[in-house]
Design a protein around this ligand. Sequence first.
Ligand SMILES: [Zn+2]
Length: 363
Amino acid sequence: MNDYLAIQPKLGSHKIQGRYVTHTLIESFVKLFSSITIGTSVESRPIQMIEMGTGPINILIWSQMHGNESTATKALLDVLCYLEQNPSLLASFTLKLIPILNPDGAAAYTRVNANEIDLNRDAINQSQPESKLLVDLYHEFKPHYCFNLHDQRTLFGVNDTPCMLSFLSPAADVSKKRTVAREKAMGVIGYIQNALQEHIPNQVGRYDDTFNPNCMGDFFTQQGTPTLLFEAGQVGQDYGRIETRKWYGFSILKALECVSHKLYMPTIYQEIPEVAKSFVDVLIKNLNVGQTTTDIALQYAEVLKNGEIHFVPIIHKMGELAGLNGHKTIDVSGENMRFSKEITVGSSAVWLSDLLNLTQYSH
Ligand SMILES: [Zn+2]
């Protein structure tokens, strides 16, 4: 699989681009594979599953249980294309993959489903058709591993480096003890990290492992299934997360390689630094406002408009923001700017963004 990085931009899945990824967008692509509809969402959208391979190791993979987290879905489709071209890599596996578990949230570009429930906090209750469907499939398929695919917000960094990818082997109980399942998931993540460090050093983080039995990953780990949480992050101005998508797919393939050959590296997992909320989208330093000087942090709200996601700047924090990093940082010390508007946290910062000639992203 060493050729994946070179081949990835040429895969058929690359026609699927942008942050707004819906069932409608991927439907015709999914039909190219062996796929079935396994249920419907609250708003009656089909939930599709792709099956691949007939090997002895069962792996259940789902993406976009949070509707507005689409990087993993695109990476997963890349991986599917790649595996189709390299069927020998599938010899060990039977894969069941749900590209979009929350198609209503994907259509509305929301984290939650149409009943405004976070499906990743519904593992115990299974109050929603989408979460029930996932848990039913889990019981029926009896996977040896689960891959739980997500995107994280731009706030996360690894110390002072932006976080491209982060991972977690969730806890199986409040004591966070290293159960057999956890140990295996840690071993797989350690193997991925070992490979990634050659390419994107210091850009991989580890999520907080506080036990929450309502999260699907914790729930499945508790049942004894090694479960890997993958999170796509933000680096620099890559708001399309195009680079992240590449390394995300690479990580999924590395996970398969590890499982297939039992190359677990749990010690390396322990060495992965924890992610921290150490970043904002834009950090404006030393802004003169009247008689005082302040730093201002902007965060982009992701707004769906005409089938595209627009990144709208909002005042996130202000004051002396030492220790915070920006994906973009502008030092305006010495520039005596005058504002007709009052600057308040939570308000729109489009005017400020215009004043500073910041790029207006849409993907
Ligand atoms: Zn998520």
